[in-house]
Design a protein around this ligand. Structure first.
Ligand code: IUR
Length: 446
């Protein structure tokens, strides 16, 4: 089989089953798995091969089963990762408030990207480890949960991902697609909305590569029987005004109170309206947008968030205080503001240097078992489109040990781009794979 793939031949369904079962049962040696992954990375896979790989990986462990009454209501979203991307924290409870069931299985941050689980764990008591039985319990009482992957769910992906990491085979379209979609398939979803990002802070810098991944994921999702669509969204400047685990929780609560920054709200409303439309909770995208806006304004989404915190281990008092805007999360002992070195209009804030400096200050990790400092982060006091005068503070850095160095300050200052004017476009530039489109407009209204 390795020889076949090396020579660019397609593997049949039986061969792919043999490979995935061998990976799961550890009857194939790691060196052979590595060779097969490299052959796939170099020679690619047909759509049929990728679908077969995804299906086999999906059934390598348990698949979640839901009560019949939830048929058509179980939905989720997945983002390819961005700087300041806290959409899941808001979208899961907003969808639950609209009557959906959202079994959100999320990941941890690695390298410069943040992870939803790390953000949730900055809330004292929040437990991301929940069994499938407990997830069902939380979904029936609350409607949403945010949990980590259990060892029982898609064990083949765990093994394959670890070997991909060691063999330079992470950046393979079929392997990325099978990895993401096997996990989503194991959640037994009705509908899935993907947020595929492009730009300097994203996995793919080029829009065309992001588009190719998005189309690939959508096709596989639909082949698996999950209604799947993807938003292509820009990831140049950080999303919202805060980056860093606990600061992003606080900003998410502001958004759940209907006071979120425009770009963050735009993403939540866009992804949410498509999901509501796909699972027929909203008859049109406009109705879906209205439903999400309503639950952000009337407090229903915030109530769901608070109930989810309690269901996942946070004390009732702390959850209530946090949702009322009280400062209950730990704050970094040191804060420093940097001042603009010129005046004009903020044209961009490069997200990559911001993320890298935060990573060095302890907000991120290089290995999954490393610990992180949840209180490290930045607040943008000025953001894209804002007028700024020379000497105005534009960023507040929260840090402890190590301290903010002169070199880091210079890199942060260089991330701020000031000009004469700014051309602000929508964050979501295209939707791929959705049935219901508004005329030929692809973007969502903010
Ligand atoms: N996320 C996943 O779940 N799998 C992958 O291969 C990548 C991101 I890259």
């Amino acid at each position: 089989m390795i020889q076949k793939k090396r020579d660019k031949q397609a593997l049949n369904a039986e061969e792919i089953r043999y490979f995935v079962q061998g990976v799961t049962k550890q009857t194939i040696q790691d060196c052979q798995i590595g060779a097969m992954l490299m052959a796939i990375r170099l020679q690619g896979m047909t759509q049929e091969e990728t679908v077969n790989l995804t299906k086999e990986m999906k059934v390598s462990g348990v698949t979640l089963q839901w009560p019949k009454e939830w048929l058509g209501l179980v939905v989720d979203k997945h983002s390819t990762g961005g700087v300041g991307d806290k959409v899941s924290l808001i979208l899961a409870p907003a969808l639950a408030a609209c009557g959906c069931k959202v079994p959100m299985i999320s990941g941890r941050g690695l390298g410069h990207t943040g992870g939803t689980l790390d953000k949730m764990e900055s809330i004292p008591g929040f437990n991301v480890e929940q069994s499938p039985g407990k997830m069902k319990d939380i979904l029936s009482k609350v409607g949403c949960c945010i949990v980590g992957q259990t060892a029982k769910l898609v064990p083949a992906d765990k093994k394959l991902y670890a070997i991909r990491d060691m063999t330079s085979t992470v950046d393979s379209l079929p392997l990325i697609a099978a990895s993401i979609m096997s996990k989503k398939g194991a959640e037994s979803l009705t509908a899935l909305m993907l947020d595929v990002k492009f730009g300097e802070g994203a996995l793919f810098k080029e829009i065309n590569s992001a588009k190719e991944l998005a189309q690939y994921l959508v096709d596989i999702g639909n082949d698996l029987g999950v209604q799947t669509a993807a938003a292509l969204s820009r990831m140049d400047s950080p999303i919202g005004r805060c980056v860093g685990n606990s600061l992003e929780v606080i900003e998410s609560i502001e958004c759940l109170n209907g006071r979120g920054p425009k770009d963050l709200e735009e993403l939540v409303i866009c992804l949410g309206s498509h999901l509501l439309n796909m699972c027929k909770k909203a008859e049109s995208l406009e109705a879906g947008e209205k439903a999400i806006k309503d639950v952000l304004k009337n407090g229903c989404a915030l109530d769901k968030f608070q109930a989810m915190l309690v269901a996942q281990g946070v004390t009732t008092d702390l959850a209530k205080d946090l949702c009322q805007g009280m400062r209950v999360l730990e704050r970094a002992v040191k804060q420093e503001e940097l001042k603009a070195q010129a005046g004009g209009v903020v044209q961009a804030i490069h997200s990559l240097p911001v993320a890298k400096v935060l990573h060095e200050l302890g907000a991120g990790r290089d290995q999954l078992d490393h610990s992180i400092n949840w209180s490290v982060g930045i607040e943008l006091l000025k953001t894209v489109g804002d007028k700024i005068n020379k000497g105005d503070p534009w960023i507040r850095v929260h840090f402890e040990n190590p301290s903010l160095s002169e070199g880091q300050k210079i890199r942060l200052q260089q991330s701020l781009v000031i000009g004469e004017e700014v051309q602000e476009g929508p964050l979501v530039i295209e939707i791929i794979g959705a049935q219901s489109q508004r005329g030929n407009r692809h973007n969502c209204s903010p």
